[in-house]
Design a protein around this ligand. Structure first.
Ligand code: DGL
Length: 294
């Protein structure tokens, strides 16, 4: 943990007012920016600290122990250095492996996780055939198995571990992204609106919304994509409101006004990668801080 905090994020002297503190958001890399986008829409007056653990990614193809260690280290960093008032685990893989332990470690702040949106997909699908793209780690987790078991009577879920896709998106490697999406969609079967087609596709990793255009080209216009950024942002609002910890009265759906509430961006990987991703996906020209978080 080497980086000095910029002045506007220095904790206030004495006990800080939780309402004025930032919300911490982290992912194994740039994927959580898809969740940050939804959070900023839902909570335009809040401050955020975003950490990309790109130096230790991908999470989805590693052992649980690695994902747990990294998630705990980042949560500790966010609480100790930024005194965050809430933590959003903007990563399906980390949520599956570590959220229970994070809630034990930090019982005093709301911790919001993300999981593949199987339930909303089951409600939307007409053919009751649903594709689920996620990391191997997420699909093999107990948490996911329990979710799947609870919905097994409602639809057929075709599970597709997408090795390498998050890394390709992370590196902005367009050729590998298209190849990986093509492989995965072909492996899942026929997409479309006919009775035996997959008509709904769950993007069960926060990196995958950034491959939506490639996926759309492959599966056609009649397939509904389901992701979780907006429900996660709403849940964050609900929990903060219940504690009376919202910055002030927020208007949901109002676009954030630049540069009212700067976001602190940190990465354990290459700062330029995070900067380029923030510019591309969030339209934000940022300075990302290089961090060592152990
Ligand atoms: N973005 C992460 C998720 O939502 C995983 C990417 C990775 O494998 O590191 O699962």
């Amino acid at each position: 943990m080497t980086d000095a905090l910029p002045p506007h994020f220095k904790p206030l002297a004495g006990e800080p007012d939780p309402r004025a503190q930032a919300i911490g958001v982290f992912d194994s890399g740039v994927g959580g920016l898809s969740v940050l986008l939804a959070l900023r829409k839902e909570l335009p007056l809040e401050r955020f600290v975003y950490i990309a653990d790109s130096g230790h990614a991908p999470y989805g193809e590693r052992h649980d122990a690695h994902v747990i260690d990294r998630s705990r280290a980042i949560a500790r960093y966010l609480v100790a250095h930024h005194r965050v008032k809430a933590l959003v685990v903007a990563c399906n893989t980390a949520t599956a492996a570590a959220i229970r332990l994070l809630r034990q470690d930090f019982p005093d702040i709301p911790i919001i996780g993300i999981e593949p949106a199987l339930k909303p997909a089951a409600a939307l699908s007409k053919t009751r055939r649903i594709g689920v793209m996620a990391t191997r780690g997420t699909l093999q987790s107990e948490k996911f198995s329990a979710l799947l078991a609870s919905l097994k009577d409602q639809a057929t879920f075709i599970l597709q571990p997408c090795d390498g896709l998050a890394s390709a998106i992370e590196r902005s490697d367009a050729i590998k992204t298209i190849a990986s999406c093509a492989y995965s969609t072909r492996a899942m079967g026929q997409f479309g609106s006919d009775p035996d087609n997959i008509d709904t596709l769950v993007l069960g990793c926060t990196h995958y919304p950034f491959a939506s255009d490639e996926l759309r080209t492959l599966v056609g216009d009649h397939v509904t994509f389901v992701e979780c950024g907006t429900p996660v942002a709403r849940q964050a609002r609900r929990l903060l409101a219940a504690n009376n910890w919202l910055m002030q009265e927020e208007l949901p759906g109002v676009e954030p006004v630049e540069p009212a509430h700067p976001i602190y961006f940190g990465t354990t990987g290459n700062a330029q990668v995070l900067q380029a991703a923030a510019l591309r996906w969030l339209k934000l020209d940022i300075d990302a801080h290089s961090l060592k978080i152990n």
